[in-house]
Structures are given as structure tokens and as C-alpha cells.
Design a protein around this ligand. Sequence first.
Ligand SMILES: [Zn+2]
Ligand SMILES: [Zn+2]
Length: 267
Amino acid sequence: MVYTGNLHTHSTFSDGKHSPREIIEAAIGLGFDVIGLSDHSYTDFDSSYCLPPVRYEEYKNEVRALQTEYADRIKVMLGIELDYFSNPQDKEGFDYFISGVHYVKANGVYHPIDLSAAATQKCVDEGFGGNKVAFAKAYYDSVVDSLKEKPLFLAHFDLITKHGVPDQTDPHYINVAKQALDAVLEADIPVEVNTGAMARGATDWPYPAEFLMRHIAEKNGRVTLGSDCHDCTKLDYAFDVALSALRRNGVRSIWNYNGTQFVEQEI
Ligand SMILES: [Zn+2]
Ligand SMILES: [Zn+2]
């Protein structure tokens, strides 16, 4: 097995279906060495999916207790997925955090970019006068800026493609995405190959797009694997598909975090 864990999971503390304990038990069932909880940090303009501030301590205490209880069976890590527009201090007191950009801010309005094609198109129209490349540039600028917090890895690099709004064959879009990817690779922050949208039936491909996987291979960049799990029965969903896509595009290894450091594993 080339993957030994998953550090991108969501429990009932944010928008996941299962409790931290159920996720840990599922990870043990798969023979994982490490499992990380990474519920969504709080965004004050949209509280529909994230961890409310009053529950941070409860979340930390519960996962810490499970960490101790399961110590002889699996390494449990307490993490958080820090949204770009959350308070950066929300990452304090966790074993790790990952960065995710889920909104594009335009004219003072936060537009969700993974909700629906209509919501994404509304952002393009109202925020960028219909210019999809300018929309993509704004998104990728946030992605690059999120790295200043130094996350363990970057979640779903090209999430804006989820509903098919940017034209991924447009050379201008390709250029914008590759430039942002270069900045991530230069910072040497692993790029997550993310099967979350596949698990929810929204796409039949993982993030990032294959032309970006090729770019990573050419630049000898690092990737890690995450399922962005919101349902513990899909903890390793489509990891085989993601690995095939990586191999097909010239990526020779993935980097698994073992709880202390990233370990390179040939694929
Ligand atoms: Zn996310
Ligand atoms: Zn996530």
C-alpha cells in the first residue's frame, strides 16, 4: 500500500457525516498508520459548513482524548482546514493545518466557488464583468497568498474548476494556473491530489487537473494524497484513480505525512 493515511477529513464538528471516533475506526479498518481530523475553520460570513467558535475547544478536547485512547492502534492527529478568509489565529493549538480557498472575494462580496455552477458564474459576472480568467486570477492569488501561513499542504489546488466554469483549454487560464502552481512548488509545499469531489459524485477526476500534474512532474514538485473525506465509508475513495492519473502524467512518488515528517513513497 503506497498510502498509509489521510489527513484531510471532516467530521460532524463541521460538515462531515461521521464522528471523529467513526473516522478513526474506519482508518484502522483500512490499515492506516495515521489519520488526521481537519474540520473547517470558522468563516463569519458563512457559518453553514464550519466549526463555530464556541466549539473549537470541544473539538480539540475530543480529538485529543481519542488521540490518547487510540495511541496503540493508530496515530491520530488534530488538525484544521484553514480557509483563506478565516482568522489565521484559528490554526493555533492544532497538530497541523492545511490551507483551502473556498471563496473568491469581489467588490466586498464572498462568493463560494465550490457550491454550484450558478454561484460560480454569478461571481464571474458580478465580480469580474464576465471575465473568467480574471476570476481565476483572483482565486489563484488567494491560493498563493494562503501559503504565507505555512500549511502542512495545500488542499484542492484548482477547486474553482469543480463546476466547469473556467475554460481549462484557454491558454490564458492555463498560464494563470501554472504560474500559481509554480509559486506553490517554489515554496516547497506539497500539493494535495484530492478525490473529494469524486467521492461526492461532482466530478470523475481528482484535483489538480492532469496538465497541472504534468507540470508538477516536470518541476519535480511534491504531491500528497487526500480524500477530503466527509463520509468515513469513503476514506480512501478513488485513491487508485488518483495514483493512476499521477503515474500517467509522470509523477513518480507521493509524500505521506507519518505524523512527524513527510516520507517519499514511490508509486
Ligand atoms: Zn476544502
Ligand atoms: Zn476539506
